[in-house]
Design a protein around this ligand. Structure first.
Ligand code: FAD
Length: 630
């Protein structure tokens, strides 16, 4: 049937990971009727899988830590391409958001004197990640859910209905945003189980849909991550920035083939794990780039002393930012010094007593035992790079999370938004990002609704059009198989737009994506509307495709290597390119359009947090003399 269930809300949050839940809580606290929509089961989002922890300069383990040091580390990690205002807000507000989580019922691991404990992670100068063993994301989601339930209890007491002010729609996929002129008017989607359509009318939408990893075959991401939010934003007239920057996490499982890509948390290295090649050499010492040389140990002895005496020694190069470590592993394997399954060795077994490994890394111990029959207390793991996180995303106003571009009433937070992490994200900076900017997006979405003189209206023709697009694959006999199309797309992205990129291959990738576009327009799905994963994938494909086009186009345009974007033909970082954001939009014709836009200039009091010698590594001479004139 084509009857369409309708719901009216003030704020619709698409995504039930950390960013979405935090946004929804804030919108509800501001008195707005709020819906949370989740493609998978409630509680099953990437946030739940986060292991290492949430970065916040609480200064509990090293009192020298503060927001300024965190800000500096974040800008360095992103190679100075970060939106400085977002990095500033993030560093300043993360501690408050962590504290607040404990008021919602979270309980982080403790130091001996009872403070929230913090662990080391790549690129962070001091121990900074608040954590719960290696299951931090689970605690985060659990407590945000608990907070939502407690708000629902309050609403029940006040109105007699749990769902009156905040309601969760799980296993519901949004396929289209609906507009009234330039203003958001609602969101259209389907219940995965029944295949029935559902329309949410709302003047404000918060995108919190996470990442895009499913466009790659080797990825730590699960099936939902097809860039839906990115694509919804584009189609609604918003813009994406810096989609060329993808984080390939250095340590994914490489064996057995069925689990290739599954994440091995960075905590393994943070807690003392070391990387070795087939010659048993700790090769990371050979890969410390100039910009980081001063902060990293030169000998194994110094690196080992750092774990117990960080004030008088420099950190091990295994803890360089992820882009550096991923490239190093890639080079070792290419040079023929890889492990049997085509990765390198990551070893904790010779570094810590078994009992300590099991206590500090319980999930990793379990994961390797179950999936690879490897006991990490006795033998090394085999690991290699895996597509993990997208730094690029919806271009937003830093303070409010409002999407830029033609559309009003659209907000974005968490991984789907861009700017905060520049060209590379530091581990642990995502969970804190979700909390800081999730709250802000929820707050400002609610405030935006308040300013509207009247509710934008959903047009019947738009609903009919959205339904037609969604039904099309089911009524296309002999259409292309969605699984084949996904594999072909993954092959293009993995082979031609992977860790190391070249102009010729990127041009080839764009040509193949054009061909795929024609095929995706002809995708078909057998079967009916009741729980039909082939149909669901058919609908996801157009999102994956347009987002991949942005990535490939921007990767070809940016002629330098920086963070999560490495060009073999332009191996250096270029100060000129540091001044440029690449902004993607969608033309009426459906073509992806790319534009250069200047990176906002850092405020004077933030610039002075860095030494001139460090700035000289990133800025143009002109920018440097401007800094000196200030
Ligand atoms: P997610 O948590 O990814 O949630 C996205 C939500 O959107 C889901 O509910 C999904 O169902 C929904 N959704 C998507 N599309 C649609 C649609 N079309 N309609 C409706 N709903 C939709 N970061 C850290 O800081 N520290 C860590 O230790 C860490 N470890 C990680 C480990 C793993 C294995 C992975 C994969 C990531 C890890 N990260 C870590 C990264 C971090 O977990 C993610 O970047 C972060 O959780 C993203 O949160 P989010 O709220 O933006 O989105």
């Amino acid at each position: 049937s084509t009857t369409i269930e309708r719901h009216l809300y003030d704020v619709v949050v698409i995504g039930a990971g950390g960013a979405g839940l935090r946004a929804a809580i804030e919108a509800r606290l501001a008195g707005k009727r709020t819906a949370i929509i989740s493609k998978s089961l409630f509680g099953k989002a990437h946030t739940v899988m986060a292991e290492g922890g949430a970065a916040a300069a609480l200064g509990n383990v090293n009192s020298r830590d503060n927001w300024m040091v965190h800000f500096r580390d974040t800008m360095r990690g992103g190679k100075f391409l970060n939106n400085f205002r977002m990095a500033e807000l993030h560093a300043k507000e993360a501690p408050e958001r962590i504290w607040e989580l404990e008021t919602y019922g979270a309980l982080f691991d403790r130091t001996k004197d009872g403070k929230i404990s913090q662990r080391n992670f790549g690129g962070h100068e001091y121990p900074r990640l608040a954590h719960v063993g290696d299951r931090t994301g689970l605690e985060l989601i659990r407590t945000l859910q608990q907070k939502i339930v407690s708000l629902q209890q309050e609403d029940f007491a006040a109105t007699g209905s749990y769902d009156s002010r905040i309601r969760v729609f799980q296993e519901t996929t949004i396929t289209e945003l609906l507009l009234d002129g330039d203003r958001v008017a609602g969101a259209f989607g389907y219940y995965r189980e029944s295949g029935e359509f559902v329309l949410f009318e709302a003047p404000a939408v918060v995108l919190a849909t996470g990442g895009v990893g499913r466009s790659y075959k080797v990825t730590s991401n699960s099936w939902e991550y097809t860039g839906d939010g990115h694509a919804l934003a584009l189609r609604a007239g918003a813009t994406l920035i810096n989609m060329e920057f993808l984080q390939f996490h250095p340590t994914g499982m490489v064996w057995p083939p069925s689990v290739k890509g599954i994440l091995v948390t960075e905590s393994v290295r943070g807690d003392g794990g070391v990387l070795r090649n087939s010659e048993q050499k700790r090769f990371m010492f050979d890969y410390v780039p100039d910009v980081f040389r001063k902060q990293y140990a030169e000998t194994e002895e110094e690196a080992d002393r750092w774990y117990t005496d960080p004030d008088n020694n420099r950190r091990p190069p295994e803890l360089l930012p992820r882009d550096e470590v991923a490239r190093a592993i890639n080079s070792e394997v290419k040079a023929g010094r890889g492990s049997p399954a085509g990765g390198v060795f990551l070893d904790v077994s010779t570094r810590m007593p078994a009992e300590q490994i099991i206590r500090r890394l319980p999930s990793m111990h379990h994961q390797f035992k179950e999936l690879a029959d490897v006991d990490i207390t006795k033998e090394p793991m085999e690991v290699g790079p895996t597509c993990h996180y997208v730094m690029g995303g919806v271009e937003v106003e830093p303070d409010t999370g409002a999407a830029l571009g033609r559309v009003q009433g659209l907000f974005a937070a968490g991984e789907v938004s861009g700017g905060m992490h520049g060209s590379n994200r530091l581990g642990g900076n995502s969970l804190s990002d979700l909390l800081v900017f999730g709250k802000r997006a929820g707050e400002h979405a609610a405030a935006y609704v308040e300013t509207l003189p009247s509710r934008p209206k959903v047009a019947k023709v738009d609903v009919a059009a959205a339904a037609e697009v969604a039904l099309a694959p089911l009524v296309r006999p002999g259409g292309e198989n969605p699984y084949t199309l996904q594999q072909d797309l993954q092959a293009v992205m993995g082979d031609l737009v992977g860790i190391i990129r070249r102009a010729g291959e990127l041009t080839d990738a764009l040509k193949r994506l054009q061909e795929l576009r024609v095929r995706v327009a002809n995708v078909g799905a057998d079967g009916g509307r009741r729980y039909n994963p082939g149909w669901h994938l058919a609908l996801d494909l157009r999102n994956m495709l347009v987002v991949s086009e942005c990535t490939a186009k921007a990767a070809l345009e940016r002629e330098e290597s920086r963070g999560g974007h490495t060009r073999e033909d332009f191996p250096k970082m270029s100060p000129e390119w540091r001044r440029i954001n690449l902004v993607c939009s969608l033309e009426e014709t459906g073509e992806v359009h790319l534009e250069r836009k200047p990176v906002p200039r850092m405020r004077a009091e933030l610039i002075t947090l860095f030494e001139r010698t460090e700035l000289a590594k990133y800025l143009t001479d002109e920018e440097l003399s401007d800094v000196e004139a200030q």
